[in-house]
Every structure is written in structure tokens, then in C-alpha cells.
Write a new protein. Structure first.
Length: 329
């Protein structure tokens, strides 16, 4: 089954050009692809997935499976809409696992059986740790959005594992990447199941960091942790200025300066954390126009987060510009 919609290759390159380069795709190659690709959906010369996959094969042939996996990831963009993109995702995983022995941290891929709708759903997760000793460390769950999946967040996962000393757990939110369940309100069960697995994996302390649509799921879990009613996905999803309680992380790139050589993808600004607290700013209020403008100036697609224990008690937002959630495990 295929799904397509009106999307211009030129507009896609305009929007994502710097991201392609920051992932390590040579600028000359990005320029060639920009000039060559004329159709987002055709699986033929000039088609988005076709041309990106051709460059991925070239990178693999020259001995760079990690770069090949990134290129296959871009071949999937903006979604798994047809067979060509689903094949690209299979190739991406093969290249990524081939590159894994060279990662600068311990890496493990697991398939978890997560409770879902009265049964279970097989959910691939990727674990990153400096030591590989999961039981003694907190676990940071990191989720992306609807068009950036876990393998595309590799450099961020590695940098966070190196800088924070935590175990990083990456997975694809419902309806994206390797997830086999549809995007719906029921997708909360997947997130909560992952949180429970993360508690058992580590020392019981779990953080959930998300950007873009992944931040929306984080905020829904925050409401669940407080015992508040859950809302549907009909509300806006990112930096929305909703008046519901929640936090928006203030980006802190200072702690990741040493990782700049890793070419952190410019998909978001990772924040730093300890096992107990994370600097945050309250969600925006006011008119939607002012919210959007202020949000862009202050955060530039900053991720959102929840810190939780067994379970956590999270302090309510204050009037201060930098409140810190209080965590009681």
C-alpha cells in the first residue's frame, strides 16, 4: 500500500539541507541530490528514495556503513509511504548494525514485548551506555518525531551517553519507524510500557526526553503521572503554548561542546540532566501568535522532558523563568 501527498523536493531540501550536511553527508553530494531529484515518490531515476539509496550504496561500498545508514534514513523521508521507503528502512538497519562495532559507546539492540491492548507488541529499542552496566545507572528515554526515527538520532544518543553517564534508550513512537502499531491515543500504552521496562533495566530512575512530536507524547505521560485526564491528539503538538501543566526544556548546549566533532544532527537542542533534576521553563501562555514567536526565539525546537522515579512527584510550574521539577522516587 502506498501513501503520497503533495510535497516538493525543492521545499524539502530548503527545509532539511543543513540537517543533511550536519549528519555528515558531503555538501557536494547534497548539492548533486538537490539538482537530481525531481519527484518525491517515484522509485526511478530522479525519485527521492531512489537517488538517496544510490548514494547510500556508494557510501557502503567505500566502507562507511554508518554514513550509508544515514543516507538510507533520508531515503525514507518524510515517511514510510511506499515499498521503496520500506526497503530503504531495511537497508538502513542492516548498515547500522554493521557499523555498530565501531560505535564509541556500548550498543545493544533489543526486541521488547510491550503490553498493548490486551496483548503484546514487539518493540525494537536501542541502548547506549559508556560502561554497559545498566543496573547502576538512570535510563534516559529519547524519542523523536514523525520523520526522524531512532537510527537518525544516533549522534545525539552517543553524545548524551558520553556526557551524562546514563543509559540512553531510543525507540520509535507509534506510527513511525519500526513501530507496528498505529498512531493513536492508545499509543500511550507503548510509552508507559517502555518506561516500565526502563525502570527494570536501570536503577529505577527514568527520564523521558522528546522533541517535536516526541515531546507531545512526553507531555501526555506527564499528565498521566499526575493523575490528570488524558487528551486526544487533536491539540497542537510542539511548543504549543497549551495551558495544561507541563514543562518545556530550555536547551543547554554548553555541556555538549566536546561532542561537536560528532556532528550532532541539528534536529533539536539536547538538554543536560542529572539523575534528579533538569533545568526547565514553563510552557508558554498568551495568544497563539505570541506563543509561537516567543517559542522560536527562546527554544528553537527544544525538547521536552519528564523525570520520574517509582513513581515521581513532580513540582507544579512556578512563575520563575527557570523552575526545577522536584523528584521524589
Amino acid at each position: 500500500m502506498s501513501y503520497t501527498y503533495d510535497l516538493s523536493p525543492a521545499a524539502s531540501f530548503e527545509d532539511r539541507y543543513s540537517q543533511f550536511v550536519s549528519f555528515g553527508i558531503p555538501k557536494a553530494d547534497v548539492d548533486t541530490l538537490r539538482a537530481t531529484i525531481k519527484d518525491m515518490w517515484a522509485d526511478s531515476p530522479g525519485g527521492w528514495s531512489y537517488e538517496w539509496s544510490a548514494f547510500a550504496r556508494k557510501y557502503l561500498e567505500t566502507g562507511n556503513p554508518l554514513l550509508a545508514s544515514f543516507a538510507y534514513g533520508f531515503a525514507i523521508f518524510p515517511c514510510l509511504a511506499n515499498d521503496a521507503r520500506r526497503k530503504a528502512q531495511q537497508n538502513q538497519l542492516e548498515c547500522y548494525l554493521k557499523a555498530a562495532p565501531s560505535f564509541p559507546v556500548k550498543f545493544e539492540r533489543r526486541i521488547l514485548a510491550i503490553p498493548y491492548q490486551g496483548g503484546t507488541v514487539s518493540t525494537p529499542v536501542h541502548l547506549f551506555s559508556v560502561t554497559g552496566q545498566y543496573a547502576s545507572a538512570p535510563v534516559l528515554i529519547y524519542t523523536g518525531g514523525v520523520d526522524t526515527y531512532k537510527m537518525g538520532l544516533h549522534a545525539i544518543y552517543v553524545a548524551l551517553a558520553q556526557r551524562l553517564g546514563m543509559t540512553i534508550l531510543g525507540f520509535d513512537i507509534a506510527g513511525t519507524g519500526e513501530s507496528t502499531i498505529p498512531l493513536s491515543v492508545k499509543g500511550d500504552e507503548l510509552v508507559l510500557g517502555i518506561v516500565n521496562e526502563a525502570r527494570k533495566l536501570g536503577n529505577g530512575k527514568v527520564a523521558h526526553l522528546g522533541f517535536s512530536f516526541g515531546g507531545k507524547l512526553r507531555r501526555r505521560y506527564l499528565r498521566w503521572a499526575r493523575g490528570e485526564p488524558m487528551r486526544s491528539f487533536s491539540r497542537t503538538t510542539r511548543n504549543s503554548g497549551s495551558r495544561s501543566p507541563g514543562y518545556l526544556v530550555r536547551p543547554n548546549m554548553a555541556a555538549l561542546n566536546s561532542a561537536r566533532s560528532s556532528r550532532l544532527p541539528r534536529t533539536s537542542s539536547p538538554a543536560t540532566t542529572t539523575a534528579g533534576t533538569m533545568p526547565t521553563a514553563p510552557l508558554l501562555t498568551g495568544s497563539p501568535t505570541k506563543q509561537k514567536a516567543s517559542s522560536r526565539r527562546a527554544t528553537r525546537s527544544a525538547p521536552a522532558t519528564i523525570i520520574c522515579g517509582r513513581p515521581a512527584t513532580i513540582a507544579a510550574p512556578s512563575s520563575s523563568c527557570t523552575p526545577t521539577p522536584t523528584i521524589r522516587a
